[in-house]
Design a protein around this ligand. Structure first.
Ligand code: DX5
Ligand code: ZN
Length: 218
């Protein structure tokens, strides 16, 4: 049975005390810390980059799962490696035909490579990357902002990707879903075949984060 992992997104945390917020996630039973890196071009907002990753690195033993919503992610690989990133996720919309070569580069640098597609991108466009990467992320909201509503069309994409992976002998590939996940819809997301759950607002707005993370495990 493939392991379910919960990856709270620090985008929804209190930036004035982000170190404490990150440290609390480990105590609350999270598996990964999801870091939403936005460059103001691939998506309108600017959040943070490798310097934030470097700052939070000593505050947790959990892997840092860095989602690069940036147009030229390859210019950042070495900086994120030095900062202590564990997983680097790059957008197929930004990398095009170079996606698999860039995934190999991330692996050469000692990090886990992962690729992601936006809601409007057909799932087939991430199939080649699924043969190279350690994880595939499917966006279930339009990237750029936390607190949006889960797009239900994502469920069919999860099913299609898991079926493809099983057919290709990669049935254990991590499939991550990002955006609008709640304790109410998580079951349908896991049943469709995802096993890594990003949750920003659901975790950080909860009165009891540990109980919420436990509920998200389904
Ligand atoms: C959106 C980000 C998400 C976001 C999720 O661009 O990639 O990781 O933080 O936030 P929630 O869980 O609040 O939808
Ligand atoms: Zn994200």
């Amino acid at each position: 049975m493939i392991k379910v992992k919960i990856a709270p997104s620090i985008l929804a945390s209190d930036f004035s005390k982000v170190g404490e917020e990150v440290a609390s996630l480990e105590r609350c039973g999270a598996d990964l810390v999801h870091c939403d890196v936005m460059d103001g071009t691939f998506v309108p907002p600017i959040t943070f980059g490798d310097q934030m990753v470097k700052a939070i690195r000593p505050r947790t033993c959990l892997p840092l799962d860095c989602h690069l919503m940036v147009v030229h992610p390859e210019t950042q690989f070495e900086a994120f490696q030095r900062a202590g990133a564990d997983i680097l996720t790059i957008h197929v919309e930004a990398c095009g035909k170079r996606t698999n070569a860039l995934l190999r580069r991330i692996r050469e640098l000692g990090m886990k490579p992962s690729a992601v597609i936006n809601p409007e991108t057909p799932v087939e466009e991430v199939f080649p990357a699924a043969l190279e990467a350690d994880m595939i992320l499917l966006m279930s909201v339009h990237p750029g902002w936390g607190g949006q509503k889960f797009l239900p069309e994502t469920l069919k994409k999860i099913e299609a990707l898991r079926t493809f992976c099983i057919r290709e002998g990669r049935g254990e590939l991590d499939i991550e879903v990002d955006g609008g996940v709640t304790a109410e819809n998580v079951r349908s997301i896991l049943s469709a075949g995802a096993n890594v759950i990003v949750a920003g607002s659901t975790v950080f707005r909860a009165a009891d984060r540990a109980a919420t993370i436990a509920r998200l495990r389904g």
